[in-house]
Design a protein around this ligand. Structure first.
Ligand code: GLV
Ligand code: MG
Length: 316
Protein backbone atom coordinates (compact mmCIF):
# COMPACT_ATOMS: atom_id res chain seq x y z
CA UNK A 1 0.00 0.00 0.00
CA UNK A 2 1.16 3.52 -0.75
CA UNK A 3 1.78 5.26 2.58
CA UNK A 4 1.20 8.96 2.22
CA UNK A 5 4.30 10.86 3.32
CA UNK A 6 3.70 14.40 2.12
CA UNK A 7 4.66 15.96 5.47
CA UNK A 8 7.36 14.32 7.61
CA UNK A 9 7.37 16.01 11.01
CA UNK A 10 10.66 16.11 12.92
CA UNK A 11 10.26 15.95 16.71
CA UNK A 12 13.22 15.97 19.10
CA UNK A 13 12.96 12.92 21.36
CA UNK A 14 14.33 15.05 24.20
CA UNK A 15 11.07 17.03 24.37
CA UNK A 16 8.06 15.24 25.87
CA UNK A 17 6.06 18.41 25.20
CA UNK A 18 6.78 18.33 21.47
CA UNK A 19 6.22 14.56 21.30
CA UNK A 20 2.81 15.21 22.79
CA UNK A 21 2.01 18.16 20.51
CA UNK A 22 2.80 16.05 17.41
CA UNK A 23 -0.23 13.86 18.19
CA UNK A 24 -2.62 16.63 17.21
CA UNK A 25 -0.86 17.83 14.04
CA UNK A 26 -2.05 16.68 10.61
CA UNK A 27 1.37 15.41 9.47
CA UNK A 28 1.43 12.18 7.42
CA UNK A 29 4.56 10.99 9.22
CA UNK A 30 6.08 11.83 12.56
CA UNK A 31 9.71 11.01 13.18
CA UNK A 32 11.05 11.13 16.70
CA UNK A 33 14.69 12.07 16.74
CA UNK A 34 17.58 10.72 18.79
CA UNK A 35 20.17 12.07 16.32
CA UNK A 36 21.16 15.64 15.50
CA UNK A 37 18.30 17.44 17.24
CA UNK A 38 19.29 15.81 20.54
CA UNK A 39 22.46 16.65 22.49
CA UNK A 40 24.73 13.70 23.40
CA UNK A 41 23.94 13.99 27.11
CA UNK A 42 20.20 13.99 26.40
CA UNK A 43 20.18 10.87 24.18
CA UNK A 44 19.50 8.28 26.92
CA UNK A 45 16.44 10.21 28.11
CA UNK A 46 15.28 10.78 24.53
CA UNK A 47 15.11 7.00 24.00
CA UNK A 48 12.93 6.65 27.10
CA UNK A 49 10.65 9.54 26.16
CA UNK A 50 10.14 8.05 22.70
CA UNK A 51 9.30 4.57 24.01
CA UNK A 52 6.78 6.08 26.43
CA UNK A 53 5.19 8.29 23.77
CA UNK A 54 4.86 5.47 21.21
CA UNK A 55 3.33 3.12 23.78
CA UNK A 56 0.92 5.74 25.00
CA UNK A 57 -0.31 6.09 21.41
CA UNK A 58 -2.28 8.90 19.84
CA UNK A 59 -0.35 8.87 16.54
CA UNK A 60 -2.97 6.79 14.71
CA UNK A 61 -3.08 7.47 11.00
CA UNK A 62 0.51 8.69 10.93
CA UNK A 63 3.60 6.74 9.91
CA UNK A 64 5.55 6.41 13.20
CA UNK A 65 9.31 6.63 12.77
CA UNK A 66 12.32 6.92 15.06
CA UNK A 67 15.58 8.40 13.78
CA UNK A 68 18.52 6.64 15.44
CA UNK A 69 22.14 7.80 15.36
CA UNK A 70 24.35 6.79 12.43
CA UNK A 71 26.64 3.76 12.51
CA UNK A 72 29.84 5.80 12.93
CA UNK A 73 28.76 6.81 16.46
CA UNK A 74 28.66 4.65 19.60
CA UNK A 75 24.87 5.01 20.00
CA UNK A 76 23.16 3.22 17.10
CA UNK A 77 22.84 -0.31 18.52
CA UNK A 78 21.48 0.89 21.86
CA UNK A 79 19.06 3.27 20.12
CA UNK A 80 17.63 0.41 18.06
CA UNK A 81 17.56 -2.18 20.86
CA UNK A 82 15.98 0.12 23.44
CA UNK A 83 13.36 1.61 21.12
CA UNK A 84 12.34 -1.61 19.36
CA UNK A 85 12.36 -3.75 22.53
CA UNK A 86 10.38 -1.06 24.29
CA UNK A 87 7.89 -0.06 21.61
CA UNK A 88 8.45 -2.22 18.51
CA UNK A 89 4.75 -3.03 18.10
CA UNK A 90 3.93 0.69 17.97
CA UNK A 91 6.60 1.70 15.50
CA UNK A 92 6.57 1.59 11.68
CA UNK A 93 10.11 2.49 10.59
CA UNK A 94 13.61 3.26 11.78
CA UNK A 95 15.27 6.20 10.02
CA UNK A 96 18.99 5.66 9.52
CA UNK A 97 20.91 8.91 8.96
CA UNK A 98 24.14 9.46 7.01
CA UNK A 99 23.93 6.12 5.21
CA UNK A 100 27.10 5.64 3.19
CA UNK A 101 27.10 1.99 2.10
CA UNK A 102 24.66 -0.88 1.60
CA UNK A 103 26.39 -2.70 4.49
CA UNK A 104 25.05 -0.13 6.92
CA UNK A 105 21.49 -0.94 5.85
CA UNK A 106 22.22 -4.67 6.07
CA UNK A 107 23.60 -4.20 9.60
CA UNK A 108 20.40 -2.44 10.68
CA UNK A 109 18.26 -5.11 9.00
CA UNK A 110 20.11 -7.89 10.88
CA UNK A 111 19.85 -6.11 14.20
CA UNK A 112 16.14 -5.42 13.70
CA UNK A 113 15.54 -9.06 12.81
CA UNK A 114 17.16 -10.24 16.05
CA UNK A 115 15.27 -7.78 18.20
CA UNK A 116 12.00 -8.68 16.47
CA UNK A 117 12.62 -12.42 16.96
CA UNK A 118 13.59 -12.16 20.60
CA UNK A 119 10.57 -10.00 21.38
CA UNK A 120 7.91 -11.96 19.50
CA UNK A 121 7.44 -9.19 16.92
CA UNK A 122 6.59 -9.90 13.28
CA UNK A 123 9.93 -10.23 11.49
CA UNK A 124 10.41 -7.66 8.74
CA UNK A 125 7.44 -5.41 9.55
CA UNK A 126 9.55 -2.47 10.69
CA UNK A 127 10.79 -0.56 7.65
CA UNK A 128 13.96 1.45 7.08
CA UNK A 129 14.17 5.05 5.89
CA UNK A 130 17.65 5.82 4.52
CA UNK A 131 18.96 9.37 4.68
CA UNK A 132 21.42 10.26 1.93
CA UNK A 133 23.62 12.97 3.42
CA UNK A 134 27.05 12.76 1.84
CA UNK A 135 28.89 12.07 -1.38
CA UNK A 136 29.59 8.42 -0.63
CA UNK A 137 25.95 7.76 0.20
CA UNK A 138 24.83 9.32 -3.07
CA UNK A 139 27.36 7.36 -5.10
CA UNK A 140 26.17 4.13 -3.46
CA UNK A 141 22.47 4.95 -3.55
CA UNK A 142 21.44 2.14 -5.91
CA UNK A 143 23.00 -0.50 -3.66
CA UNK A 144 21.58 1.21 -0.56
CA UNK A 145 18.06 1.16 -2.04
CA UNK A 146 18.37 -2.58 -2.75
CA UNK A 147 20.17 -3.57 0.45
CA UNK A 148 17.03 -4.74 2.27
CA UNK A 149 13.35 -5.18 1.45
CA UNK A 150 12.74 -3.07 4.55
CA UNK A 151 13.90 0.11 2.79
CA UNK A 152 10.82 2.28 2.17
CA UNK A 153 12.23 5.75 1.55
CA UNK A 154 15.34 7.55 0.33
CA UNK A 155 15.66 10.94 2.00
CA UNK A 156 17.77 13.93 1.00
CA UNK A 157 19.59 15.45 4.01
CA UNK A 158 20.55 18.86 2.63
CA UNK A 159 22.32 20.34 5.65
CA UNK A 160 24.72 17.45 6.18
CA UNK A 161 25.07 17.04 2.43
CA UNK A 162 26.09 20.67 1.88
CA UNK A 163 28.70 20.29 4.64
CA UNK A 164 29.95 16.98 3.23
CA UNK A 165 30.66 18.36 -0.24
CA UNK A 166 32.14 21.66 1.07
CA UNK A 167 29.40 23.75 -0.50
CA UNK A 168 30.06 27.45 0.10
CA UNK A 169 26.74 28.18 1.77
CA UNK A 170 25.05 28.02 5.16
CA UNK A 171 21.49 28.47 3.92
CA UNK A 172 19.59 25.24 3.24
CA UNK A 173 17.24 25.46 0.27
CA UNK A 174 18.80 28.53 -1.30
CA UNK A 175 21.43 28.50 -4.03
CA UNK A 176 25.05 28.91 -2.89
CA UNK A 177 26.17 32.53 -3.46
CA UNK A 178 28.31 32.74 -6.59
CA UNK A 179 26.50 29.93 -8.41
CA UNK A 180 24.21 31.61 -10.89
CA UNK A 181 23.89 29.12 -13.72
CA UNK A 182 21.18 26.77 -12.51
CA UNK A 183 20.01 24.78 -9.51
CA UNK A 184 22.95 23.52 -7.44
CA UNK A 185 20.78 20.72 -5.98
CA UNK A 186 19.31 19.44 -9.22
CA UNK A 187 21.73 16.57 -9.70
CA UNK A 188 21.41 15.36 -6.12
CA UNK A 189 17.61 15.50 -6.14
CA UNK A 190 17.38 13.78 -9.51
CA UNK A 191 19.86 11.07 -8.50
CA UNK A 192 17.80 10.29 -5.39
CA UNK A 193 14.57 10.35 -7.40
CA UNK A 194 15.98 7.99 -10.06
CA UNK A 195 17.02 5.44 -7.43
CA UNK A 196 13.66 5.75 -5.70
CA UNK A 197 11.71 5.16 -8.89
CA UNK A 198 14.05 2.40 -10.14
CA UNK A 199 13.65 0.41 -6.91
CA UNK A 200 10.11 1.41 -5.98
CA UNK A 201 10.87 3.54 -2.91
CA UNK A 202 9.48 6.90 -1.84
CA UNK A 203 11.66 9.97 -2.42
CA UNK A 204 11.60 12.49 0.41
CA UNK A 205 13.10 15.98 0.47
CA UNK A 206 14.73 17.20 3.68
CA UNK A 207 14.29 20.22 5.94
CA UNK A 208 13.85 23.92 5.23
CA UNK A 209 15.30 25.76 8.17
CA UNK A 210 13.75 29.24 7.85
CA UNK A 211 10.64 28.07 9.67
CA UNK A 212 8.86 31.44 9.66
CA UNK A 213 9.14 31.81 5.88
CA UNK A 214 6.21 29.71 4.67
CA UNK A 215 6.37 31.17 1.16
CA UNK A 216 10.04 30.16 0.99
CA UNK A 217 9.09 26.67 2.18
CA UNK A 218 6.44 26.38 -0.52
CA UNK A 219 8.84 27.60 -3.20
CA UNK A 220 11.54 25.06 -2.31
CA UNK A 221 9.06 22.23 -1.66
CA UNK A 222 7.33 23.04 -4.95
CA UNK A 223 10.53 22.30 -6.85
CA UNK A 224 11.04 18.79 -5.47
CA UNK A 225 7.29 18.11 -5.72
CA UNK A 226 7.39 19.16 -9.38
CA UNK A 227 10.22 16.71 -10.06
CA UNK A 228 8.22 13.87 -8.53
CA UNK A 229 9.24 13.70 -4.86
CA UNK A 230 6.62 12.27 -2.50
CA UNK A 231 7.08 14.59 0.47
CA UNK A 232 9.32 16.80 2.55
CA UNK A 233 10.34 17.28 6.13
CA UNK A 234 8.55 19.78 8.32
CA UNK A 235 10.24 21.25 11.38
CA UNK A 236 7.39 23.39 12.63
CA UNK A 237 3.60 23.03 12.81
CA UNK A 238 3.17 25.92 10.35
CA UNK A 239 5.02 23.97 7.66
CA UNK A 240 2.67 20.95 7.89
CA UNK A 241 -0.24 22.44 5.92
CA UNK A 242 2.17 23.83 3.33
CA UNK A 243 3.73 20.39 2.76
CA UNK A 244 0.36 18.65 2.57
CA UNK A 245 -0.78 21.20 0.00
CA UNK A 246 2.37 21.20 -2.14
CA UNK A 247 2.68 17.40 -2.29
CA UNK A 248 -1.01 16.73 -3.00
CA UNK A 249 -2.19 16.97 -6.58
CA UNK A 250 -4.37 20.02 -7.27
CA UNK A 251 -8.07 19.14 -7.26
CA UNK A 252 -8.39 19.88 -10.98
CA UNK A 253 -5.41 17.64 -11.82
CA UNK A 254 -6.81 14.86 -9.64
CA UNK A 255 -10.23 15.14 -11.31
CA UNK A 256 -8.59 15.13 -14.72
CA UNK A 257 -6.52 12.04 -13.86
CA UNK A 258 -9.61 10.11 -12.75
CA UNK A 259 -11.37 11.20 -15.93
CA UNK A 260 -8.50 9.95 -18.10
CA UNK A 261 -8.54 6.58 -16.30
CA UNK A 262 -12.28 6.12 -16.77
CA UNK A 263 -12.27 7.34 -20.36
CA UNK A 264 -9.32 5.16 -21.32
CA UNK A 265 -10.91 2.18 -19.63
CA UNK A 266 -14.09 2.74 -21.64
CA UNK A 267 -12.47 3.37 -25.04
CA UNK A 268 -10.14 0.37 -24.81
CA UNK A 269 -13.10 -1.91 -23.95
CA UNK A 270 -15.22 -3.69 -26.56
CA UNK A 271 -18.15 -1.36 -25.80
CA UNK A 272 -15.95 1.67 -26.42
CA UNK A 273 -14.55 0.33 -29.69
CA UNK A 274 -11.31 -1.27 -28.40
CA UNK A 275 -9.29 1.82 -29.36
CA UNK A 276 -5.72 2.49 -28.18
CA UNK A 277 -5.47 6.22 -28.78
CA UNK A 278 -8.52 8.44 -28.44
CA UNK A 279 -9.55 12.05 -28.00
CA UNK A 280 -10.67 13.21 -24.56
CA UNK A 281 -11.88 16.75 -25.12
CA UNK A 282 -9.02 18.47 -26.97
CA UNK A 283 -6.42 16.01 -25.77
CA UNK A 284 -5.16 12.80 -27.34
CA UNK A 285 -4.79 10.08 -24.70
CA UNK A 286 -3.11 6.69 -24.91
CA UNK A 287 -1.49 4.09 -22.67
CA UNK A 288 1.22 6.53 -21.52
CA UNK A 289 -1.47 9.05 -20.50
CA UNK A 290 -3.01 6.30 -18.39
CA UNK A 291 0.32 5.71 -16.61
CA UNK A 292 0.72 9.42 -15.81
CA UNK A 293 -2.88 9.57 -14.64
CA UNK A 294 -2.33 6.56 -12.36
CA UNK A 295 0.42 8.46 -10.51
CA UNK A 296 -1.71 11.56 -9.92
CA UNK A 297 -4.71 9.45 -9.03
CA UNK A 298 -2.76 7.36 -6.48
CA UNK A 299 -1.32 10.49 -4.85
CA UNK A 300 -4.76 12.13 -4.78
CA UNK A 301 -6.43 9.08 -3.26
CA UNK A 302 -3.65 8.72 -0.66
CA UNK A 303 -4.15 12.40 0.19
CA UNK A 304 -7.86 11.78 0.71
CA UNK A 305 -9.11 13.85 -2.24
CA UNK A 306 -12.61 13.15 -3.56
CA UNK A 307 -13.34 13.51 -7.25
CA UNK A 308 -15.81 16.13 -8.34
CA UNK A 309 -16.48 14.96 -11.91
CA UNK A 310 -17.54 11.71 -13.60
CA UNK A 311 -16.95 10.32 -17.07
CA UNK A 312 -20.04 9.94 -19.24
CA UNK A 313 -19.58 7.55 -22.19
CA UNK A 314 -20.96 9.11 -25.39
CA UNK A 315 -24.49 7.85 -26.08
CA UNK A 316 -24.70 5.60 -29.13
C1 GLV B 1 18.98 16.45 7.74
O1 GLV B 1 19.26 15.56 8.50
C2 GLV B 1 19.97 17.26 7.09
O2 GLV B 1 21.16 17.04 7.38
O3 GLV B 1 19.59 18.12 6.29
MG1 MG C 1 21.40 15.35 8.76
Amino acid sequence: MLRSRRSNLAVPGSSPKMLDKARGLPADQVFMDIEDAVAPLAKPDARKNIVAALNEGGYEGKVRVVRVNDWTTQWTYADVVEVVEGAGANLDCIMLPKVQTADQVVALDLLLTQVEKSNGLEVGRIGIEAQIENALGLINIDAIAQASPRVETLIFGPADFMASINMKSLVVGEQPPGYDVGDAYHYILMRILMAARAYDKQAIDGPYLAIKDIEGYKRVAGRSAALGFDGKWVLHPDQVAAANEVFSPRQEDYDHAELILDAYDYYTSAAGGAKGAVMLGDEMIDEASRKMALVISAKGRAAGLARTTTFEPPSA
